[in-house]
Design a protein around this ligand. Structure first.
Ligand code: SF4
Ligand code: SF4
Length: 445
């Protein structure tokens, strides 16, 4: 039977997910929010009980206590990994938040921000102005790699973690997509293949160097890289707030934009972006006769850069030495949505000079959860501190990650804990090895 609407449009569709829950409580053991807050209302099964009451008409979605429960969740999917009946809790959470927005609309601040995200040119212009003006609100640190809120903004923002100690990567005046042409050709030889790179907003605006490293790695493997300028945000930051109209607008723009590249593969360097292309777009567009098939097409062709290098092509083995002790944090969307965890480790362990150290619980959420770090800063920090303790036990000097949002969270938490580890995208370590190989071969000639 043809799908006419999805759980994003009709809360009743989620009933069958709710019915799978047997209230066993296995989710308690792995829920990072419960681990930090130690209150039953934080746990998955309590949220499911509330969802049942809403569907049965016993509770209102916009009851303040219900709304607070709804948003006190990282949508990290940890509970789903420990659930004997395979409850898709992420769908329940997204359906509830979408139903709340249908009922009451978005709060004004979210409405304003999301309507800007919907218009990529306006969003881009806004962030460029923000980048040019950020020194009014933020001060740079000594390393030049981080910014922190200035007084009095630090005082005003302390409730949401924007205090004087907060370290952020800072907005780049020249975003990634401005630094490169739409097509980056291979230098030395004929390209083996051409791929499309979905940069996402975080690599584009906050971590363009990591994005450059990803492009450099692809071209070093004789892959031509297409980076369409018209791409927009993947939509995940909006999806988790229930703004389904905006996500669909963004998805349609991205699907049309990447269709035009003529590439066979789409590469991501962010678990949230990759998860959107592999899963969210197909679910959210399932009832759309034009964009549903487009979403299916790209879902099968989307790869995290690590999977592409190790499973689709034969990666050029790195030869340059990178003398570091490295640990790896499994980002929730990369591991639990895209099922990518072995591939980044394979790459890291193949780099000469790297000593790889595993954490005790590398796939425990870092507490970022997109905007959760702002709305629930104390809980997020408690979760983040536990992560830093695990990192410290490895004695690594470098924390590698595959998701820019986790990079931001770990970067801030490392600093606040008084630690010195460098937080990097794992692809940057591979790029560093390739660069060192070139230096040593030119020296030896
Ligand atoms: S682990 Fe699964 S079945 Fe058990 S209470 Fe949690 S959500 Fe329900
Ligand atoms: S998605 Fe994460 S934060 Fe939310 S209930 Fe499940 S484990 Fe807890």
């Amino acid at each position: 039977m043809a799908v006419t609407k999805t759980y994003h449009d009709d809360l009743a569709i989620i009933r069958e997910e709710l019915d799978k829950c047997m209230k066993c409580g296995n989710c308690m053991a792995v829920c990072p929010v419960y681990g930090a807050d130690k209150v039953e209302t934080a746990v998955t099964r309590s949220k499911i009980t509330v969802a049942e009451a809403v569907l049965d008409g016993e509770l209102e979605l916009d009851d303040p206590q219900v709304s607070e429960m709804l948003f006190n969740c990282l949508v990290c999917k940890s509970c789903m990994t420990n659930c004997p009946t395979k409850v898709n809790f992420d769908r329940i959470m997204l359906a509830l938040r979408a139903a709340l927005v249908r009922k009451n609309g978005l709060p004004w601040l979210k409405r304003m921000i999301f309507s800007t995200i919907k218009h990529p040119k306006l969003f881009d212009a806004g962030l460029r102005v923000g980048a040019a003006m950020q020194s009014l609100v933020f001060r740079g640190d000594k390393s030049g790699k981080a910014i922190s809120p200035r007084s009095p903004f630090a005082l005003v923002g302390s409730g949401i973690g924007f205090d004087a100690e907060r370290q952020l990567p800072g907005l780049n005046v020249t975003p990634l997509r401005e630094r490169v042409p739409t097509v980056v050709k291979v230098n030395r030889t004929a390209a083996k293949m051409k791929v499309a790179f979905f940069t996402g907003d975080s690599l584009n605006y906050f971590y363009p160097d990591a994005g450059m490293d990803l492009i450099e790695v692809l071209t070093a493997n004789d892959i031509e890289v297409h980076i369409p300028k018209e791409q927009s945000c993947c939509g995940v930051p909006v999806l988790v707030h229930g703004d389904i109209d905006t996500v669909r607008t963004l998805a349609r723009n991205n699907l049309d934009t990447f269709d035009k590249t003529g590439c066979e593969y789409l590469i991501t360097g962010c678990g949230s972006c990759g998860g959107a292309w592999q899963h969210d777009y197909t679910e959210i567009m399932a009832a759309d006769p034009v964009y549903g098939p487009k979403a299916e097409y790209w879902a099968k062709r989307t790869y995290d850069i690590s999977t592409f290098l190790t499973r689709v092509i034969a990666i050029r083995p790195p030869k340059g030495r990178v003398e570091r002790v490295v640990t790896y944090h499994d980002s929730c969307h990369l591991k639990k949505t895209m099922k990518v965890f072995a591939e980044p480790r394979e790459i890291l362990k193949s780099i000469p000079g790297i000593t790889f150290k595993e954490m005790t619980a590398p796939d425990t959420c870092c507490g970022s959860g997109g905007s959760y770090v702002l709305s629930h800063y104390d809980t997020s920090s408690t979760i983040g501190r536990k992560k830093i303790e695990d990192i410290n036990r490895t004695k690594a000097d470098t924390v590698s990650v595959g998701c820019p949002a986790c990079m931001m969270q770990l970067f801030d938490n490392v600093h606040r804990s008084g630690e010195q580890q460098e937080v990097v995208h794992y692809i940057s370590l591979l790029a560093e090895s390739y660069r060192r190989e070139q230096v040593s071969s030119s020296v030896s000639r």
